[in-house]
Design a protein around this ligand. Structure first.
Ligand SMILES: C[S@@+](CC[C@H](N)C(=O)[O-])C[C@H]1O[C@@H](n2cnc3c(N)ncnc32)[C@H](O)[C@@H]1O
Length: 210
């Protein structure tokens, strides 16, 4: 994928930020997170939310006492999180996958890496690099939770196939161990109508503990 492709994806989010940010936030987080709720460890955790959008999940984590670093390249989306009452538990960073240069020097900081509804915007090479960065940033003994969009994007944003098997193989090559895989229907009204489905993948990162 070229830099121009990434720019086109992010420009599309920028152009529709008001509408999309609201759509992301109107999803009931408890219902949405149900398939992986049992895999979110007791806290308080240090969580890295990658492609955090308008902050729905970051706010949910913060409200439960976790501290979150939320990375989002589209400030028109992240700025909307200012309206969420999250105290000072969320640090927002404007940056993009796969390199996450802003997080240099923070290796091994995070108990949980959260990559929700972003994988389909990354091409295979970006995914490899993303997983390398994830393996550096997660603590040994930490966890990575990823949701994969199983259907093409009906809104015209550039997407790539997001099948679980290659994602699992790429994650394994980066040192992650699959602990669960769950299918889910869409929680967003707009996507429900388009019959978009999701696959959640939960990985442990044994790291030095292996
Ligand atoms: C479908 S939205 C999901 C937002 C949020 N995770 C949620 O579930 O509500 C996809 C998000 O991925 C972000 N994104 C797209 N390409 C990205 C990249 N290369 N690095 C980081 N985020 C990216 C978009 O800006 C957008 O916020």
């Amino acid at each position: 994928m070229s830099g121009a492709d990434t720019d086109a994806i992010l420009d599309s989010y920028r152009s529709h930020a008001a509408d999309l940010g609201q759509r992301f936030r109107e999803v009931d987080a408890d219902e949405f997170l149900a398939p992986v709720m049992a895999h979110i460890p007791e806290g308080p955790l240090r969580i890295l939310d990658l492609g955090a959008g308008s902050g729905r999940d970051a706010a949910w984590f913060a409200a439960r006492g976790h501290s979150v670093v939320a990375v989002e390249p589209v400030v028109e989306l992240s700025a909307q999180a200012a309206s969420l009452a999250t105290g000072d538990r969320i640090e927002w960073i404007t940056d993009a996958l796969p390199d996450l240069a802003s997080l240099d020097g923070r290796d091994g900081e995070f108990d949980l890496l959260w990559l929700c509804a972003v994988w389909h915007h990354l091409d295979p090479a970006m995914r490899v690099r993303t997983l390398e960065r994830a393996a550096a940033l997660v603590k040994p003994g930490g966890r990575l939770i990823v949701s994969l969009r199983r259907s093409a994007d009906v809104d015209g944003r550039l997407t790539f196939e997001a099948e679980p098997e290659p994602a699992i193989a790429q994650a394994r090559a980066a040192g992650f161990v699959l602990v669960d895989q769950q299918s889910a229907s869409s929680a967003q009204t707009h996507n429900k109508m388009a019959e978009i489905s999701w696959c959640w993948l939960v990985f442990d990162f044994p790291g030095d503990l292996a």
